[in-house]
Design a protein around this ligand. Sequence first.
Ligand SMILES: [Zn+2]
Ligand SMILES: [Zn+2]
Length: 261
Amino acid sequence: MLRNDVGIFTEKGGTIAFLLSKQGIVVVDSQFPEQSNHLIAELKKKSEKPFKLLINTHHHGDHSSGNISFKGITQHVLAHANSKINQENAAKQNKTEDKQLYPSQTYTNTWCQKVGKEKICLHYFGAAHTNGDSLVHFEHANIVHMGDLLFNRRHPFVDRGAGANIRSWIQVLDRAGSTFDSKTLYVYGHSANGFDITGNADDLKKFGDYLGRLLQFAEQEIKAGKTKEEILKNTSLPGETEWKGDGFQRPLQAAYEELMA
Ligand SMILES: [Zn+2]
Ligand SMILES: [Zn+2]
């Protein structure tokens, strides 16, 4: 448990958050079917209330393929309208349509509802990791699930095929920083080994700075006349001390493609 009646669950995939209220259980993200089965069993030990709502921060399989475990259990499934479209497209492409439980409700800008003593608001601030990322705010607990809008000290996946945009992502992080306050506790989809899956506004600022320097670096390399192949030989962002480790090529390639588009 984090605070109030909000807790987190991690096993494999994007971090799950949940609310145990007298009016029912709310779950944010579902990892994979096996993980969601474990989660459901654990939550049933903690509460006899029904599963009221399952929210997906976005469509990626490590956040939504466990939805199917909630079939017939949850009253509603909620996500951003683009997240639903992305989930349908990905399932068609991967021929996994029979393994999906799609959102039964969608929204476009903001969605709020009281659940027991808690009030939950979903915000969409624009394209970022995909074009359908929700920030899920438990207002009384003052906890925000960021989904994959924040990779804590880990190079991010930038899903350009699903409408991701790095420049807009930086603005989304800025807007989160000005919407929520200094006491807000953030939950992250992923972190590097040894780093927390929760944190504060400072992490958002640092990740935004990293994305800004990533774009700047890609731009410099392009201006220096390097080819895509030459640019993608870089294995780290020069001068970066916190976002390190493997996987730098992925965001670098996305930055290159975004700048060349
Ligand atoms: Zn993820
Ligand atoms: Zn993702």
